[in-house]
Design a binder for this molecule. Structure first.
Ligand SMILES: O=C([O-])CC(=O)C(=O)O
Ligand SMILES: [Mg+2]
Length: 616
């Protein structure tokens, strides 16, 4: 049966806790939904990655399957105003108010989306406490999703630090107190054996990206257990705002296996399981069930982004699932790709090739070893030399000092490739003096570790020392922008994981860059999704790095920047997506055929736009 295009509007059945036949639903007002019993007849739009959005002529390009005309339903009146995906608040027009039973439920005024946006940004600016801004943004996301994304996209440099690092870190620390509504799925040890069932409770059926954490290493803040949920929620908001992936296909998940954070275990408002972390077989079994349930429920092409797992699990999960699932570890691979992009771009400022540089890392975990490996790989590709050779230009310092061959026996496996011949060196300062790096990269998760002595030593060795303080949030940065510029007499090229304001030093303005994986994963994910890629390959990370580096303009270089500003992030993401997809086609890993000719245009055509649609 064909439903006239007028007067249709989809809402997810799960929000109402009811599952009814699509045909029936389409013909009813929403009040009827509530009377129907759970699970009466179930035939949802499984596998269709589009739903009704396509009916409005949007976002169709990335879809694989035809839309059944009756896979839609009617929401109206009060329920429509409570449905964030479709609510427009005071922007509903007179005709829409009549057509959807909204008369009297809204004040008489009709505001444009632009005016609503102006009001919201003023409201946000009126809050002085960053966490209050965060909560206002989360409330908006829960109330009016399109307005949330419009606001975020149009004010990205101002609002990114709120919905993302650094404020999201504080939000996770206080999640128990600020928790209002679940924004993603919680899968705990209590759900063991029932994970597939849990996935089916999520209202959207056509998921394309999952960001999942187990909360053990949230940013540089450590084990925040179940409260890590803020991270998948924030990352997926960026998938949409920065990468144009539709919100309806994004699913944040937190796996709760307990926490070793005693403060949380003692906190009466803690939202997670009150037990120590499960490890070993118990942990592996839960993750295994999760990975297979996800594939069973969403199919082969569901992208799973691991986020903020502790080192041991991060490496293990990636190597265990990289050949059987479409997985990506943002902290290992996304961070590596963004840093490599900055290094490639920096060559314009410092000259030479990557192979001419010597790299020293403080921190030999996911980010440190991930970046190191990608640098070695890039040099190998460029110079056609073995990766093992190029690793020798890269040195890592961990909590016990420089990683050297005499320590090999006692090193975790991911550190072993970096154990080069050298006598033991205990401190970072001594390592700088001994190794004489041109590039110093902080991935330690420990703040204030690039001391004055260390930065001065870098500045005495190099005309333009490259200093990257990558640990998040701001409190964990290895040094501040101001310190890097002041201690190097304004010669450092500096970027950090969390944002720093521009700094005036000796009458000159210095603008620090933000080397954060947010530049990469949204566009990377879009490229994967739009090409129907089935596995992530390291060459795609290299392609993403080169695409990002190519977006740095002369104007940016003139300011000493090695990253383009976030204001042009949607264009940047489309370019990254195109290069990642192109590589995937080249490698035979893309299943969406035929290959679109112009991949940048295609990426742009796939991107979600938060402008309101007409419901008439
Ligand atoms: O979330 C961020 O800002 C970057 C990141 O992945 C991390 O620090 O773990
Ligand atoms: Mg992370």
């Amino acid at each position: 049966m064909m439903i006239p295009r007028r007067k249709i509007l989809k809402i997810g059945t799960g929000f109402l806790g009811t599952r009814v036949d699509r045909k029936v639903r389409t013909l009813m007002g929403d009040s009827t939904f509530k009377d129907m019993k759970n699970g009466e007849i179930e035939s949802q739009n499984s596998g269709v990655a589009g739903g009704v959005e396509d009916m409005y002529g949007e976002d169709t390009a990335a879809q694989d399957q035809p839309i059944t005309p009756w896979a839609i339903s009617v929401a109206s009146g009060h329920t429509l105003l409570r449905d964030p995906r479709h609510n427009k608040g005071t922007a509903f027009t007179e005709k829409e108010r009549d057509a959807h039973y909204l008369r009297g439920l809204l004040p008489p005024v009709i505001l444009s989306q632009e005016l609503q946006e102006k009001k919201m940004i003023q409201n946000i600016r009126n809050y002085e406490v960053p966490l209050q801004k965060y909560m206002a943004m989360m409330d908006l996301q829960e109330r009016n999703e399109r307005l949330f994304y419009k606001l975020l996209i149009d004010n990205v440099e101002e609002l990114l630090p709120i919905v993302y690092t650094p404020v999201v870190g504080e939000a996770c620390q206080k999640y128990g107190s600020i928790f209002r509504r679940p924004q993603g799925l919680y899968i705990s040890l209590k759900e063991k054996g029932r994970i597939l069932e849990v996935l089916k409770n999520w209202p959207e059926k056509s998921i394309q990206v999952i960001v999942v954490t187990d909360g053990e290493r949230i940013l540089g803040l450590g084990d925040l257990g179940c409260q890590g949920m803020g991270i998948p929620v924030g990352k997926l908001a960026l998938y949409t705002a920065l990468g144009g992936v539709r919100p309806s296909v994004c699913l944040p998940i937190t796996i709760d296996v307990g926490t070793n954070n005693q403060k949380l275990l003692d906190d009466e408002f803690y939202i997670g399981l009150k037990q120590k972390r499960a490890t070993g077989q118990e942990y592996a079994e839960l993750l295994e069930e999760f990975m297979s349930a996800v594939k069973q429920n969403y199919g082969e092409k569901i992208l799973i982004q691991f986020e903020d797992f502790a080192n041991h699990n991060a490496f293990e999960l990636l190597s265990k699932y990289r050949n059987s699932h479409l997985v990506f570890n943002d902290d290992i691979q996304g961070t590596a790709s963004v840093v490599l992009a900055g290094l490639i771009a920096s060559l314009k400022l410092v000259g030479g090739t990557l192979a001419d540089h010597t790299f020293l890392f403080l921190g030999a975990g996911e980010a440190g070893t991930g970046i190191a490996e990608l640098i070695a790989l890039e040099i190998s590709k460029k110079t056609k030399t073995p990766v093992e050779e190029n690793r020798k230009k890269i040195w890592l310092v961990d909590s016990k000092g420089l990683i050297v061959s005499s320590r090999k026996e006692s090193l975790q496996h991911f550190k072993q490739p970096w154990a080069h011949e050298h006598e033991p060196v205990k401190s970072l300062l001594d390592a700088v003096k001994a190794i004489k790096p041109t590039v110093l990269i902080g991935t330690s998760g420990v703040g204030k570790t690039f001391t004055k002595d260390v930065v001065e030593a870098m500045a005495s060795l190099n005309k333009k020392p490259l200093i990257l303080a990558l640990s998040n949030p701001t409190s964990q940065a290895e040094c501040t922008a101001e310190e890097a510029y002041a201690w190097s007499e304004g010669r450092a090229i500096f970027a950090s994981g969390s944002p720093f304001d521009p700094v005036e030093y000796n009458g000159k303005l210095y603008v620090p860059g933000q080397a954060n994986n947010a530049y990469i994963f949204p566009g990377f994910g879009l490229g994967i999704i739009m090409s129907g890629t089935i596995r992530v390959h390291d060459d795609m990370l290299l392609a993403a790095s080169e695409a990002l580096a190519a977006q740095v303009t002369q104007e940016n270089y003139d300011k000493g920047l090695i990253y383009p500003p976030f204001t042009s992030i949607r264009k940047i993401s489309a370019n990254i997506a195109a290069k990642v997809a192109a590589k995937s086609y080249e490698l035979g890993l893309a299943s969406r055929l035929p290959r679109p000719k112009d991949l940048v245009k295609y990426a742009e055509s796939c991107m979600y736009s938060p402008t309101y649609r007409s419901y008439l």
